[in-house]
Write a protein that binds this ligand. Structure first.
Ligand SMILES: [Zn+2]
Length: 97
């Protein structure tokens, strides 16, 4: 029971904001999903011809995470290669002895 409740809370925190675009007046606005289930009308002209653009915050977080991860992978790869090279050199030295 407790774990189920925690999961629901996390999901609400992860999807706080959505960008919507109104096709009638062309304005964009942000909506807190989770407060209301979904936005169906433009907040400016109340037209129902609106479309969701992208989850605002999730996109930003993903981008930052991706950048960080790639940097780490590259760094690790370089370090691995260096270690590998060192090992190879060591092996060569030993075989000459
Ligand atoms: Zn509108």
């Amino acid at each position: 029971m407790t774990s189920k409740n925690q999961k629901i809370q996390l999901e609400v925190i992860n999807v706080p904001l959505y960008d919507y675009e109104c096709f009638s007046c062309g304005k964009r606005f942000e909506v807190f999903i989770g407060m209301n289930d979904s936005q169906e009308n433009c907040i400016y002209c109340e037209s129902n011809k609106i479309g969701k653009i992208v989850p605002n915050i999730s996109k930003k977080v993903d981008k930052d995470n991706f950048k960080e991860k790639t940097g780490d992978i590259v760094k690790k790869h370089i370090e691995d290669s260096k270690a590998e090279l060192k090992k190879e050199k060591q092996k060569l030295k030993e075989s000459y002895r």
